[in-house]
Design a protein around this ligand. Sequence first.
Ligand SMILES: C[C@H](O)[C@H](O)[C@@H](O)C(=O)CO
Ligand SMILES: [Mn+2]
Length: 431
Amino acid sequence: MNREARIQQAYENAKEVYGGYGVEVETILEKFDGIPVSIPCWQGDDIVGFEPKGAGASGGLTVTGNYPGRPGNPEEYRMDLEKSMSYIPGRIKVNLHSIYGENYEAGIDRDEYASRHFSNWIAWAKEKGVGLDMNATTFSHPYAESGLTISNPDENIRQFWIRHMQSVREISEDIGRELGQVCVFNTWVQDGMKDMPANRMKYRELMKQSFDEIFGKKQISTDYVYDALEPKLFAVGVESYTVGSNDFYLSYHGHARAKGIGNTILNLDMGHFHCEESAADKISAVMLFSDRFMAHITRGLRWDSDHVVINDEKTNDMMREIVRCGVLDQAFFGTDYFDASINRVAAWTIGTRATQRALLTAMLEPVRLLHRAEEDGDYTKRLMLMDEFRSLPANAVWEYYCLSKEKAVATEWLADLKQYEKDVMFKRNNS
Ligand SMILES: C[C@H](O)[C@H](O)[C@@H](O)C(=O)CO
Ligand SMILES: [Mn+2]
């Protein structure tokens, strides 16, 4: 049997199996096809970006590895991105950092970044039919060396980062308007301390004030921008105290909503909690009080929050929970990882495809039957179904979807990437 016929037949069988549980596979596929996953720009070049002097990651972010072939300019970078996109079915967005703008004028600093620095990205996104998300970049900068940015008691430094965030938020607004879809403005900041602070209150108070100024500067339509707050437990070098902790951001979100400041939402990064803590469990708690949320799908491993996403238990758990909670239409899906020890284009491809596959698998779960068993108080049946549903033929549906989008099925993309690596990536000299 040839490739197409094999995939088609497995798909027809899968449809029958799912149909037996009341799941209409075609309807699910149609919905799935419209859900974008945002690709992390930082995986493409170890978060160097295109500022005149790319500094590389710092501030609790460490990219390990030195795999050859890193792109050294926007053209090489977008070429790699397009290569990865050629292997990815379904809608995507690119999650940019503010240091990935272009044509910065001499002497310009981050507090003066503007939409003109992103005009190439906007034109490219329009041409490719993809969306863009945006991140303020508070690390890898002389004003970030103390480890405190918007919570810095030095008013000059604090105001510098406030202006930075305000300008990046306005860039996000222009992007949202230009592309006709929401651009999530993410505000992760690394602020914290290696050792115990004597005055924890002070920095949180400053951070609260700063966010009030950042989001309070301008009311922006939610058609264009949501302001994502991304809590984190700790980072390397920031072991004792993170100003933007989960409790801080949950409270700040409530405050901002009550006062009508900005369009805040929570960004639940799966790698930002205790290893045994479930980010999935937080979705229902947050979404009872919010209209939207972002998920940073990633694979936390011990002290590293950002390994390349694979189809592991936590990723599937996160996706299942989003669907079971009925908040799929409220989710912004971002992925968040860096790995410079493997081919960077492959990392993008593996992580995005794994995220999509886990999402599709969760959408196919016969969730109504699980809810019904629980409502009936039949926890025995609930557990049996949950376990049984893990073995449903979701992969056959995924492969059919890839085929229908004329994208690689299973491992088919790797040989082509190895050729690209040889012909293009390994000929660069950017390390
Ligand atoms: C580069 C990003 O801003 C970063 O990964 C952030 O989202 C994060 O999760 C930091 O740990
Ligand atoms: Mn993140």
